[in-house]
Design a protein around this ligand. Structure first.
Ligand code: ASP
Length: 336
């Protein structure tokens, strides 16, 4: 292939000439050449769809996402239906109305969704609504805005047909009572067995979407919002390149705009796991003033349906559903 042809071939993939001249995209090239050699049609490559999502609950969430696709849904339907299942279970301590409360005793929810078109919707500090991800989708599809918060988000959810649900899980009530004994202001982020769910989906056409939903840190200050509903930090999708999401101490991710960074690194040729690793290193650098310990973990997919992850500590995992198999994968990590 001549240099000229190679350039136009790569630019069709959305890879920049600058990245080419810096030699940053050799891996992407290799993969694309390999795919071309196999002469697989787009239909063949994407036919089973792809769903990846954080932590163990990613397994049932992925099942729901793929089911949505098999029922005729697109990548956005997959991303909504996948995490909606977990919100609706009302058994998780970091997702949905069963989530552990803030330090005033209220569970407040954050969620977002992003479509292949680049449209996005988000809700923050939402109370007594069972499915924040659906409200985020409605913000995306039914308003000219990207983000609604608090009372306004709740009002919108009710106007659009949601019901108020005053639910508290027994575990959350117990944990709050225990926390009140000391009332120590130390938001807790689990290093393992967490369940904030970030999901990325790719439908049978190869289109990419993503979602993220959480009740945030247990015993956070009232009004605190983390990275999860913030487009660019907790989730980012660029249909020409790929998508990224994650879980962990939101403040450390907000400072690093991690999801956007991961997508930009992939645009310049990094494999999803390399991009996640670089993003964890960036989080590490930007948060080097922190004295408290914390965990972050990212997952990403690229346009070719390759996925990867990386975390700060051991213990982060994600579920990947591809070619009919749904498996849990332990992430590589930085601090050994
Ligand atoms: N990222 C979420 C937050 O900081 C928490 C989590 O991932 O569990 O609100």
């Amino acid at each position: 292939m001549t240099q000229q042809n190679r350039r136009s071939f790569l630019s069709k993939l959305g890879l920049s000439a600058a990245a080419l001249s810096l030699g940053l995209i050799s891996k992407a090239e290799d993969r694309q050449f390999a795919a071309t050699r196999k002469r697989k049609s787009k239909k063949e490559i994407f036919k089973g769809g792809l769903a990846v999502s954080t932590w163990n609950a990613g397994i049932p969430a992925n099942e729901a996402a793929i089911k949505a696709m098999l029922n005729g849904g697109n990548a956005v339907d997959m991303a909504e239906q996948g995490v909606r299942l977990i919100e609706g279970e009302l058994t998780h301590s970091t997702v949905g109305l069963s989530g552990f409360p803030d330090r005033d005793g209220f569970t407040t929810l954050d969620a977002c969704i992003m479509a292949p078109s680049g449209r996005a919707g988000s809700v923050c500090f939402l109370e007594k609504i069972k499915h924040p991800v659906t409200v985020a989708r409605w913000v995306m599809e039914r308003t000219p805005h990207v983000m609604l918060v608090g009372e306004g988000a709740q009002k919108f959810a009710l106007e659009q047909g949601m019901e108020l649900l005053d639910f508290k899980s027994e575990d959350a009530v117990k944990a709050y009572k225990e926390w009140l004994i000391k009332s120590e202001y130390k938001p807790v982020i689990n290093i393992e067995n967490h369940d904030t769910i970030g999901m990325i989906t790719q439908d049978s056409k190869g289109d990419i979407a993503g979602s993220c939903t959480t009740s945030g840190l247990a015993f956070k200050m009232r009004g605190r919002v983390g990275d999860s509903p913030i487009i660019g930090s907790g989730l980012y999708v660029d249909n020409l390149v790929g998508a990224a999401t994650g879980s962990g101490l939101g403040e450390t991710v907000l400072r690093a705009c991690s999801a956007f960074l991961i997508v930009e690194l992939m645009r310049n040729g990094a494999h999803p796991s390399e991009a996640c690793e670089e993003a964890v290193k960036r989080v590490e650098k930007i948060n080097s003033f922190m004295t408290d310990d914390f965990q972050v973990g990212f997952i990403a997919i690229n346009k070719y349906g390759e996925h990867g992850a990386f975390s700060r500590y051991r213990g982060f995992n994600y579920a990947a559903h591809q070619n009919g198999k749904n498996i849990l994968i332990d992430s590589e990590y930085l601090l050994k």
